[in-house]
Design a protein around this ligand. Structure first.
Ligand code: AMP
Length: 125
């Protein structure tokens, strides 16, 4: 865990059971729940149970078992949500430029309908 991790973030409160979530799946090291403001028919967030700010933090500090677990969890959610064949998107926002709002690593799983282009073309300056 990075020394700058703030344990008051909303996802760590969910992990501690202080606020509820619409749980989809729980494994030993990961938790999956529905996004409160869904951007698509299927919008599930998958998070590690231990405190990591983002993917960089997770790669540096997580045990291999946690890394395997989170990808297995994503795979299981995709099956449960029945989007394996139709397709879906997995993404994680990191930091300021990535527009990360909650400072605890989370993977968005989006699907259940055509998602359009990956990202709108930005003005490059
Ligand atoms: P990001 O911009 O990648 O940090 O995304 C944060 C996501 O967390 C947003 O899609 C929010 O809608 C979602 N979110 C915030 N609070 C909650 C909550 N209490 N339960 C479920 N999802 C949440």
């Amino acid at each position: 865990m990075s020394s700058t991790y703030d344990s008051n973030n909303i996802f760590f409160k969910i992990i501690r059971g202080e606020i509820p979530c619409d749980k989809v799946l729980e494994s030993e090291h990961s938790l999956a729940f529905r996004d409160i403001n869904p951007r698509a028919k299927v919008h599930v967030l998958v998070i590690p149970k231990k405190p990591y700010i983002n993917l960089n933090d997770f790669v540096l500090y997580a045990e291999d078992l946690e890394k395997i677990d989170i990808f297995n969890c994503i795979s299981q959610v995709v099956k449960q949500e029945k989007v394996t064949d139709s397709g879906y998107r997995v993404l994680t926002n990191i930091g300021y430029d990535g527009h990360q709002e909650v400072q605890h690593l989370h993977f968005h799983i989006l699907g259940g309908q055509p998602l359009g282009g990956f990202i709108k073309k930005l003005v490059i300056n």
